[in-house]
Design a protein around this ligand. Structure first.
Ligand code: ADP
Ligand code: MG
Length: 561
């Protein structure tokens, strides 16, 4: 009685599978990274369960991954003694795509192969990548703590459906067996396998074993295995010991990202609190960056034991794009999300990690303006939430902001506040800015005329969040920030006495005109004034000091207020 049944893949799974096979064709070897990565996750999960149920090990405590191959048969297998799966687990994990946001992800695809393959890269590929090299994939798995007869066999050719039936498995864990496609037979080769494991899995914290003799012979009970990787949690090693490639591969392992990170920061903290953190800055925004329940947070370990993914308590929301690991010695091993929220140790770690992340960004800004520009393009709008969210770090966040500007040669958001301040005129005491619907609209605003004439730089803001940002950012480096479209523009010492006198005289002469304009426009305006801001345009609209800005008004209108 095997209870065999055949089930169709969920539509989404099918779509993703097709896409992946085609778009990752030129980088086939990544399937092994994904399968080893899953084995390592399964070991993490077992260790975690063993914290409360030590019996679950059943005397098999050496967690590992074993890779076997049969060159003649053209097969390859990856075996682990991790947590394993029962029938329901298999159906929900391998028959659907468990990762949240898959539907949203598929919607964001354009149909353009080239663009889509980049997207699929950042989505991460996981188990299904096995089908890049395999014409058939078989999984035999048994969940820890269940009897040998409760194992499950899952088989699929990666097209419309898969079959699932009961099976026997002597030990807990999972074996994935790949029937290699004709053009992927190269992977049933000890040298090739060793090379790939070294490249992609050196950082995996459990041993990855390959048959010892580099022979083509089929493995049997006599076969001896040896570990190919270091099998030491990467973040526990000294910084000087870890190569750039290892940091990069580790990032891909924890983030499901295909692209390399822009930069990272690895720190060991000793003293009152003891913890190690490894923070990464991704190169590309995930498709769910703006989704409130999108994936975020760090991977939490306590004394090297994996505790949870997406621990959100360690970084503020405006740094939600940061990925990484934190390994603490002070948090209890049986911590839960609820406990994390109340733990004072977590609060101190959060403020230290926030500073670390901001320092990492500041360093990138200083050392590599090209990479920083790439960061800004992807995540700048998220960072702009910072001044409103994190009062204490307002100044350091402000230093990281980039703006479009009337500065000669500025294009796009490429100027920092420090750059602006360094260029201020000796008699200038304010930082001037303007908010418009687009950079183009900002550049052609009549409000800029007087500033052009006087050669004073103005920052040009046009992101949706900018008005909100500026409502929390009143000062930088001791200088106040002034919206040039608001109220009575006082240029302070930038206006000289003679100019002021001439202006007053003009205002007297124009009084009758103002009265007429006011009567004509009546209740549509609050006030008409003689402006000295304009040099070419005859008139422009201005906001009163305390009026809601145009952007804010649109947002409120859109939300029905
Ligand atoms: P991800 O690893 O990002 O969750 P995958 O597609 O790689 O996505 O795997 C899907 C799910 O299948 C995993 O989350 C896990 O629950 C399950 N799984 C895959 N491989 C194994 C394994 N070797 N042992 C236990 N569970 C596994
Ligand atoms: Mg995976």
């Amino acid at each position: 009685q095997t209870n065999k049944e055949t089930r169709g893949f969920e539509t989404e799974a099918k779509q993703l599978l097709q896409l992946m096979i085609h778009s990752l064709y030129s980088n086939k070897e990544v399937f092994l990274r994904e399968l080893i990565s899953n084995a390592s996750d399964a070991a993490d999960k077992l260790r975690f369960q063993a914290l409360s149920k030590p019996d679950i090990y059943e005397n098999d405590t050496e967690l590992k991954v074993i890779i076997d191959f049969d060159k003649d048969a053209g097969t390859l297998s990856i075996t682990d003694n991790g947590i394993g799966m029962d029938r329901d687990d298999v159906i929900s994990n391998l028959g659907t795509i468990a990762r949240s946001g898959t539907a949203q992800f598929l919607q964001s695809l354009s149909g353009d192969q080239k663009k889509d393959s980049q997207l699929i890269g950042q989505f991460g590929v996981g188990f299904y990548s096995a089908f890049i090299v395999a014409s058939e994939v078989e999984v035999i798995t048994r969940k820890a703590g269940t009897p040998a007869s409760d194992a499950v066999r899952w088989v699929s050719a990666g097209e419309a459906d898969y079959s699932i039936e009961n099976a026997e498995r002597a030990s807990r864990g999972t074996t994935v067996i790949l029937k290699l496609r004709d053009d992927a037979k190269e992977f049933a080769d000890p040298f090739r396998l060793r090379q790939i494991v070294k490249k992609y899995a050196d950082h995996i914290s459990i041993p990855v074993l390959l048959p010892k003799q580099a022979t083509d012979e089929k493995q049997d009970a006599e076969t001896e295995y040896e570990a190919v990787n270091d099998a030491k949690a990467l973040w526990t090693r000294p910084r000087t010991d870890v190569s750039e490639e290892e940091y990069t591969e580790f990032y891909k392992h924890i983030s499901h990202d295909f692209e390399s990170p822009l930069t990272w920061s690895h720190n060991k903290v000793e003293g009152k609190l003891e913890y190690t953190s490894l923070l990464y800055l991704p190169a590309r925004a995930p498709f769910d960056l703006w989704n409130r329940d999108g994936v975020r947070g760090l991977k939490l370990y306590v004394q090297r034991v994996f505790i949870m993914d997406q621990a959100e308590q360690f970084l503020p929301l405006y740094l939600r794009f940061i990925k990484g690991v934190v390994d603490s010695n002070d948090i209890s091993l049986n911590v839960s999300r609820e406990i994390l929220q109340k733990d004072p140790a977590v609060d101190s770690m959060r403020s230290a990690l926030t500073k670390r992340a901001l320092d990492m960004l500041a360093k990138l800004k200083k050392d590599d303006s090209e990479k920083y520009a790439a960061f800004w393009k992807e995540f700048g709008q998220v960072l702009k939430e910072g001044p409103g969210e994190d009062f204490g770090n307002r100044e350091s966040i402000a230093k990281l902001l980039m703006f479009a500007s009337t500065h000669e040669g500025s294009k796009g958001q490429d100027q920092g506040l420090e750059d602006y301040v360094a260029r201020m005129k000796p008699e200038q005491d304010k930082i001037y800015y303007l908010i418009a619907d687009s950079e183009k609209a900002a550049r052609s605003s009549p409000h800029l005329e007087i500033f052009r004439k006087k050669g004073i730089e103005v920052l040009l803001l046009s992101d949706r969040i900018d008005e909100w940002l500026m409502s929390h950012l009143h000062e930088f480096d001791g200088k106040s920030l002034q919206d040039i479209t608001r109220g009575d523009l006082d240029l302070g010492k930038l206006d000289n006495e003679e100019e002021k006198k001439a202006q007053e005289k003009q205002e007297e002469t124009l009084k009758p005109l103002l009265e007429r304009v006011k009567t004509a426009l009546d209740d549509r305006i609050k006030e008409v004034r003689v402006s000295h801001r304009l040099t070419d345009s005859p008139a422009c609209l201005a906001l009163a000091e305390d009026d809601m800005g145009a952007q804010m008004r649109k947002i409120m209108q859109a939300s029905g207020q």
